[in-house]
Design a protein around this ligand. Structure first.
Ligand code: HEC
Length: 138
């Protein structure tokens, strides 16, 4: 086996045995904090202070929700946790014109009230929790 073949063999083993991709896709983001908790994430999803994701997104088992954004039922089958995280942190990285706020970005924002300057809308742990919750929507 030459070096090239060995590289592919290792990448193949990595995918098959460990479920890891050899190269991260450009729309993925790794964990920002410790493991998320889906129950806490659901609370973030519906809470008026914090996420208030239900203002724009329907989800299974959530009674009252808006429809500005896509319904998120099945999102856990369509996107990986890393892809969901990438979008929650800063949706403008997938769609510069998106009306959804960037939930974990503190730079390059306009019209931020002084008391919120430098602070993301959701903490790193809250992002992990909401990602864990959305990953359960299959
Ligand atoms: C002001 C409305 C609004 C709020 C609040 C909002 N979103 Fe969104 N969201 C959108 C829209 C609109 C899109 C579609 C983005 C686009 O245009 O590409 C979207 C897209 C997404 C996507 C990608 C969906 C897909 O199918 O690719 C995820 C995941 C998501 N939102 C999660 C959240 C979470 C979690 C919260 C709360 C922390 C939240 N959103 C709050 C409007 C919103």
């Amino acid at each position: 086996m030459n070096a090239d073949e060995r590289g592919w063999a290792v990448a193949g083993l990595c995918v098959v045995a460990l479920g890891c991709a050899p190269l991260p896709a450009r729309d993925e983001q790794g964990p920002l904090a410790g493991a998320g908790d889906a129950a806490r994430g659901r609370a973030v999803f519906v809470a008026r202070e914090g996420g208030h994701c239900v203002l724009c997104h329907a989800a299974p088992g959530v009674a009252v929700a808006g429809d500005v954004g896509p319904a998120l039922g099945g999102i856990g089958s369509r996107l990986t946790p890393a892809q969901i995280r990438f979008r929650v942190v800063d949706i403008t990285r997938v769609n510069p014109d998106a009306v959804m706020p960037a939930f974990h970005r503190t730079e390059g924002l306009s019209r931020v009230a002084a008391q919120h300057a430098g602070r993301p809308v959701l903490s790193a742990q809250q992002v992990e929790d909401v990602v864990a919750y959305l990953a359960t929507l299959r």
